[in-house]
Each structure stands twice: as C-alpha cells, then as structure tokens.
Design a protein around this ligand. Structure first.
Ligand code: 5GP
Length: 187
C-alpha cells in the first residue's frame, strides 16, 4: 500500500511501478470532482456523497476516510478477488485509510512516499493552481508526515522518480510483501 502527501508524486511512482512489478491497482471511489485529465473508472470512481454513503452502509468499502472535505474509499470486492488470485494489490490512500488497512490486513506492507522537502511539495501543490486547496493540502501533509514513522513499514523519498520506483519495486519483491494467498499456502 502506497501512501504519502498529496502532490508528492504517488501516481507517478505507481505508474512507474507497473512497468517493474505486476500488480492490481485498486481504483478508489471519491466524492471529489474529477480533475481535467482524470477518467472515471481509471483514476477514481467518481460518485455523489449520497452514493458514497450508500456504499459505506452496504459494507462495500474496505476502508474510507474524509480528506479535504471529500470522501475517499477502497471498494472491497476487487481487492478480495485479486488477493484470492494471489496478486499484489496496490492502494494509494491517506493515513486514516492506512490505519484501517493495518487493522483488517496486518500483513499488508505500508509504504509512505515522502517529498524531498516541504518546499518542493509546496511548489508542486501550488503549480496545480488552486491556492486555498494547496494551503489545505499542505496543512494535512505536515500532519501526515509527522505521523508516518509510527504507521508505515517503509518510507521512500521521491527525490528521483526512477530511484523511488525501484525502491518500492524492491519492497514489493521482498518476502515480507508476498501476496496474501501465496503466504497462506507456504507451510
Ligand atoms: P487526491 O484528491 O489528490 O486525488 O487525493 C487526496 C488524498 O486522498 C491522497 O492522499 C490520496 O492518497 C487519498 N486517497 C485516494 N484514494 C483513497 C482511498 O480510497 N482511501 C483513502 N483513505 N484515501 C484515499
């Protein structure tokens, strides 16, 4: 599971990772409106708050959290199917979701992607254009970074994208990160 502050480049790390290691990427559900480049069903499943709340009530989400006034969550069924098939599943989620995953899947490997510095992160967030949104995301990022050492198994600094990708690929390839069903079959 890959986490880290908004703007740190998690999507680029996950994209690059897909060329190095086979895995299923869990497409999250969110009430946030799509950004211009985002495609429904690829980047997120974009739903209304009412629909999201219905999914929570129906127990369809493996974890969910509120971030920057929107709801984000992981659809449960695809994760269970992929784990049962012995595949790695990669989630891109924030800290509260990571805590919930830790409770439901203690063997999950939690990776936090750190920016090279807060100044770099601030610049990346401001480049997206919305000042108020960038301020809010930066405030959350400070809290996420402070909490990361106690919550995550690995911290990877995204100072060089290729190096960050290969570090996460190594983590995924390590015995501790074997897909759950494979681990269960091992005597
Ligand atoms: P963004 O709006 O930048 O796409 O995402 C905002 C934050 O929500 C990021 O930290 C991202 O990792 C997190 N996030 C995305 N999907 C999920 C999810 O399914 N569950 C949780 N808990 N967080 C998510």
């Amino acid at each position: 599971m890959v986490s880290g502050p908004s703007g740190v480049g998690k999507s680029s790390v996950v994209d690059g990772l897909s060329r190095a290691v086979p895995f299923h990427f869990s497409v999250s559900m969110t009430t946030r409106p799509p950004r211009e480049s985002e495609v429904d069903g690829v980047d997120y499943w974009f739903v209304t708050r009412q629909e999201f709340e219905r999914r929570i009530a129906a127990g369809e989400l493996l974890e969910w959290a509120e971030y920057n006034q929107d709801l984000y969550g992981t659809p449960r069924a695809p994760v269970i199917e992929q784990l049962a098939a012995g595949h790695h599943v990669v989630l891109d989620i924030e800290n509260e979701g990571a805590r919930q995953v830790r409770r439901s899947y203690p063997e999950a490997v939690l990776v936090f992607v750190l920016p090279p510095s807060l100044a770099v992160l601030e610049q990346r967030l401001r480049n997206r254009g919305d000042t108020a949104d960038a301020d809010a995301r930066l405030a959350v990022a400070r809290e996420q970074i402070a909490a990361a050492p106690d919550l995550f198994d690995y911290v990877v600094v995204n100072d060089d994208l290729d190096a960050a990708i290969s570090r996460v690929a190594d983590i995924l390839a390590s015995p501790a990160a074997r897909p759950q069903s494979v681990t269960e079959e091992t005597p």
